[in-house]
Ligand binder design. Structure first.
Ligand code: ACO
Length: 430
């Protein structure tokens, strides 16, 4: 805490609030005593100006398009790390030594199987079920085997829950997909890396050996890292919100998955591909007509994969992905016409005053779908892949919240604008 104060002048009184310095980025004004001292509350729709927590995990500089985890640049992490290494960094605070990484990998690896009874759980969904619905339900469902680890105040129980979630999520994600296409569920193989094992369970069959293309495995590793954490986004805030009630880690993560599913958040990656496909399939459509629709305030259509609450410049993850998309497409020999449409759309939008004046740039979801597609994933799996990547961020935020002694149950206020007291009217008289 610094000596600096912020003053609020309200109805002939002045109130002083402590200023909370940040190491980087926005400093905060601690308005905790506001309601008790002044009778007022703050009003901040969408929490655009509200810091709900202090955090040491991730720094996003929206003006300059920078993203760092625990101080490390996302560009460096994406180029040099494995996903489990970044997971370790987020959860433990430091990059692991080789020995620590090996031990961590071994600890996670032993938990990749889900209970055999879960097969019946996957079977019970209709073939047409969206895999995000299965993913979040299964995340809740597996918690029923781990009630002994529910206590959020027990660090060992939390560590065990975290390991199980990280280890089992690829299995759950792959089985959600297998269910949707009527193929047998493929068991994990613990001799493979985290990413290779996921690809094996997604695309393998019990009748033949599957060769895992290292290009695809590398691309998947980078994609997961790019999604690993991103500050207090809607799904992470949901995980913290639910966790603040002392709900267990599984339940909190399942809630975060549901928040992620929405098309304004992680669901945008599926929506982007559907938008690009619609442009491709419509002989009368041009990128210009879609940009015009996005600008039309009478049309609810938005350019999916564009805009971000925090980034007011190019999303660094989108920048990495854009370069990567070209590389993956050319190396895997895929000539995707949607890539050309995406490039054109971006070019048209970035030269348009509407997008320029509102600082609307491509976000992570704009190019991730094209790469996921090139890797062979159907569009309905894209948000599941996002969830797989975001899992360490959710867990690390949940942990950080529980380790913070100042944490209280999340419970926002409201400004009531409804009726004042009315006399009750009996049903016969209404
Ligand atoms: N297309 C057209 N106009 C847009 C878009 C878009 N994609 N995004 C924002 N705008 C406009 C808004 O209409 C608003 O215009 P106005 O000032 O004239 O009213 C202005 O830009 C500011 O937008 P807000 O909606 O106020 O910004 P907010 O921070 O609330 O929303 C969001 C951010 C939800 C990401 C928004 O940009 C959007 O809907 N984008 C499309 C969906 C998307 O790609 N989501 C993924 C985000 S990244 C992630 O979650 C992983």
């Amino acid at each position: 805490m610094s000596d600096e104060k912020a003053n609020l002048h309200l109805r002939d009184a002045t109130y002083d609030f402590d200023v909370i310095p940040a190491n980087e980025g926005n400093h905060g004004i601690n308005i905790s005593p506001l309601r008790a001292t002044s009778g007022a509350v703050t009003f901040d729709p969408g929490f655009a100006n509200t810091a709900a927590t202090k955090s040491s995990l991730t720094y996003v500089n929206g003006a300059e398009g920078m993203l760092r985890h625990r101080g490390y640049r996302i560009e460096d992490l994406a180029e040099h790390c494995t996903f489990l290494e970044v997971t370790y960094l987020l959860l433990m605070g430091e990059l692991p030594s080789r020995k620590q990484l090996d031990a961590w990998t071994a600890e996670v690896r032993v938990h990749t199987l889900v209970n055999e009874e879960m097969k019946g759980f996957f079977d019970s969904f209709p073939r047409s079920a969206h895999p995000m619905a299965i993913l979040s339900s299964a995340t809740n469902a597996i918690s029923t085997w781990y009630e002994a680890y529910y206590n959020p105040s027990d660090p060992e129980a939390v560590a065990e829950s975290a390991k199980r979630l990280i280890a089992k999520m690829p299995t759950i994600a792959a089985w959600a997909y297998k269910k949707s296409i009527g193929q047998p569920y493929i068991y994990p193989r613990n001799d493979l890396t985290y990413v290779e094992n996921f690809l094996h369970m997604m695309f393998g069959l019990p009748v033949e050996e599957m060769d895992i293309d290292p290009v695809i495995a590398k691309a998947m590793n980078v994609l997961l890292i790019l999604h690993a954490d991103h500050g207090q986004n809607a799904s992470t805030a949901t995980v913290r919100f639910v966790g603040s009630t002392q709900a267990n880690l599984f339940a909190s993560v399942a809630a975060g998955m549901n928040a992620l599913w929405g098309p304004l958040h992680g669901g945008a990656n599926q929506a982007v591909i559907e938008m690009l496909q619609a442009i491709h399939d419509d002989p009368d459509a041009t990128t210009e007509t879609y940009v015009a629709r996005a600008k039309d305030k009478n049309d609810p259509f938005r350019l999916m994969g564009f805009g971000h609450r925090v980034y007011k410049s190019y999303d660094p993850r989108a920048r990495i992905l854009k370069g990567f998309a070209d590389e993956v497409l050319s190396r895997s020999g895929v000539d995707d016409p949607l890539m050309e449409i995406a490039n054109k759309l971006e070019q048209v939008a970035l030269e348009d005053d509407y997008f320029v004046s509102r600082n609307l740039y491509p976000n992570v979801d704009f190019y991730s779908g094209i790469i996921f597609r090139a890797l062979g994933f159907p569009s309905r799996m894209f948000t599941v892949l996002f969830a797989l990547g975001r899992l360490p961020g959710w867990i690390a935020n949940w942990k950080e919240m529980h380790e913070d002694p100042t944490t209280r149950i999340s419970r926002p206020r409201q400004i009531y604008i409804g009726e004042r007291t009315r006399d009750f009217v009996f049903i016969e008289d209404r």
